[in-house]
Design a binder for this molecule. Sequence first.
Ligand SMILES: Nc1ncnc2c1ncn2[C@@H]1O[C@H](COP(=O)(O)OP(=O)(O)OP(=O)(O)O)[C@@H](O)[C@H]1O
Ligand SMILES: [Mg+2]
Length: 334
Amino acid sequence: MTDIHGIVTFYHPGLMTETRYSPAEMLGQPLWKFYREGKKEAKKIMSILKKEGRLINYELELVEKGGKVVPYLTSSILLRDDRGEIVGTLGIAKDLTEKKALERQVFQSEKLASIGMLAGGAAHEIFNPMQVILGISQLLMQKQKWDDSVIEKLKKIEDQVKRVTNIINGLRQFSHSSLQEKTMLDLNATLKEALSLIEYDFPKEGIDLIVKLDPQPLILYGDSAELIQLFVNILINARDAMPKGGRGTITTAPYINQERNWVRIVISDTGCGIPPELLPKIFDPFFTTKAAGKGTGLGLTVCHGIVKRHDGLISVESQPRQGTTFTIDLPLAT
Ligand SMILES: Nc1ncnc2c1ncn2[C@@H]1O[C@H](COP(=O)(O)OP(=O)(O)OP(=O)(O)O)[C@@H](O)[C@H]1O
Ligand SMILES: [Mg+2]
């Protein structure tokens, strides 16, 4: 509740669990101080209230205690005295973070499913002719006594075809058409295997790796080759984001949700971060900010496919210049 000047005059303590502010911290403060857009947002809200008498399900961003910006849904009405003069406002607000995250997941999955179908079909069609080109160029190289310059060109053809084939394999993997071999495995062991493949790279780049794995085995039914690839892709991205060094953290922790056992794997870095406007694009096929030849933009697309095939969820949070955190939730077998 606010007075005519937007100063908070009453604050239900129940809201504290949402915004983390206690009544004492809110009372007497102008409400706009807690809006991310500040006074501008307050003016917008007031003009709607004055025009329509009430505000229903309005989305805005609040700055929670500690500085975190969080999406909220708010509804409010104008308070009037006996003579009909406006004396203040009364409103409620609800944290939308979880709803937004779910919406994003669904949107992302649907978008990728349709791209996946298209890409899988295209990849399949391109794969065979590529094999033919590769075969013929290798045959030519063996069969004839060519000048070095011709050999060099044939080698170029071979290299480029191999490059295309790699990309195609990435697309096929993401669109389901690769073979899957699921077995019972210990996720901690799989993570250690992934780390063993790349961890020698990290100290060289001035990156400290902190690994905190849950002490008990985390058994799930999955494809270990795919899961290794998932972790390697994310860790390589983390390494690329920290060219001047930094800290990578990997944790695993089991938890229970809706009577099912899950494991949460969190991989974070202190790298360059991702600007908010690019965040919705990073799982898209061929989205890359890396220099030509450095990245194809399929790494995270493949990761998304792998997590989905394991009935899991993958999400990302990032602050430019601070770092990035990938969170993967996978259902456990036991
Ligand atoms: N940890 C991270 N920190 C900062 N940016 C990241 C991070 N992970 C991913 N990104 C951004 O997301 C983009 C897409 O990542 P993705 O792994 O799909 O492709 P890539 O790394 O560019 O190429 P590829 O993995 O195919 O070699 C990256 O180019 C980068 O801009
Ligand atoms: Mg990558």
